[in-house]
Design a protein around this ligand. Sequence first.
Ligand code: 5GP
Length: 175
Amino acid sequence: MITILDKTFVPFIDRAKIEERIGELASQISTDYKDRCPVFIVVLNGAFLFATELVKKVPLSCEITFVKLSSYTQTQSTGRVREIIGLEETISGRDVIIIEDIVDTGLTMNQLLEQIAKLNPASVEIATLLHKPDALLKPIDMRYIGFEIANRFVVGYGLDYDGLGRNLDALYVIS
Ligand code: 5GP
């Protein structure tokens, strides 16, 4: 059990299992994108560890870039993506793979997909470490999902609680 601020978390998915699953996703991506040169768009902050492990295991010629999402704050509901910060590469005509930490309600991902579609990529797929199917509000086509999990708050492996816990090398769930 670990404590972060006022909450306690218990072990959920250990590092070996996470890395084994990431290996499987990487093999799938390597097969699907054989002879292509995809652009991975890593969504910061949460996806940084997942992306690091994933791209190391994909022996394709590829590009990797990072974006941060700017959301409306305070009076607006959370999860509203206002703009994508940092996407300097031209993705028009490219095969894009978005790397995300978790798709929960899907609001963030839906809006990110809309923004990316405006840049005319050839294709867009999603690789997410975690997905909470019970929380999803609108269907999203996600080709690469690490783990489908129950609708409970998790930390570790890039995911934070109030800014803390991202450096944990395994996933923990709130107890
Ligand atoms: P959405 O609800 O738009 O799909 O997810 C928005 C964001 O909420 C995710 O990118 C992630 O940063 C955060 N989030 C959703 N569920 C969890 C969770 O269980 N743990 C943590 N740490 N963050 C979460």
